[in-house]
Write a protein that binds this ligand. Sequence first.
Ligand code: GLU
Length: 319
Amino acid sequence: MRRGRFAPTPSGLLHIGNARTALLAWLQMRKAGGVFVLRMEDIDGPRSRPEFARQILADLRWLGLDWDEGPDTGGPFSPYTQSERLERYAAALDRLDREGWLYPCFCSRAERLSVASAPHGLASEGPAYPGTCRGLTRRERRDKAVFRRPSLRFALPDRPVEFRDAAAGLQTFAPGAGGDFIVRRSDGIYGYQLAVAVDDAEMGITDVLRGRDLLDSTPRQILLLRALDLPVPQYAHIPLMHGPDGKRLSKRHGDISLTAIRASGTPPEKVVGVLAYASGLIERPEPVKPAELINSFRMEMIPSEPVVWDQPLQSLLAL
Ligand code: GLU
């Protein structure tokens, strides 16, 4: 049985682009007759907030999406909220450590440490970590540990990573791309890559449909899964929705949160109709319920270029 998921981070509200990703991931599973899982990725406590998590679930339901397993519905792989799964990440780290994949890093570059639990890929992380602490002797590690709690890094193997993405095609990442990455921050917060890889495997996820901004994360997740002897899902990284300025959708493009759209009185079928139209699923931007899109849905319909959230598209949402 195929199993897909949508995994929002509750550090803010869902915007129209996230809603589109959720809709497409849901359609992929509903069409396949599979199981759709909702997972709340609140691993970065300081940035995630329970009120956003609640609102995200409410907004997705309002849109007409449902899930077979999730934080509120439960399911065989409970819990579905990352902050409640910490012992699983600890167990995975123990195993990686025993098998020699990890090393402590004492570098204090604050910005590096703070991005470890951010979902997005290499582009947002600045220059790759040069491996400064990789070759420290045991004694140097001991001496440094007196003054500073280290983060833990995964030592990338010296081989390229290749995988075939169902939306983006064959991907090849050079050996060491992005540098050794953090799996646990010095403040104890587990890295995003680790949590996602462990959860996808433990929740039996076979299909990961998500935004192309996460493509750079994938080789790291694959390396973690291989090191842990866990199955690697089939990935499909779909082109994102962009603002008219060509940048990834964000607050700078106005209040495009589902919560705001909902508050303006726009009916959910209209939102789904516009998203389906912009994603090549229907020919005219007519109001539609997600369930009405299942029969005709095919992955190949999803455009291979970013969808631009431009004025004509925005005006379709107007009342
Ligand atoms: N939690 C991530 C985000 O909100 C998505 C993770 C994933 O789909 O793998 O961007």
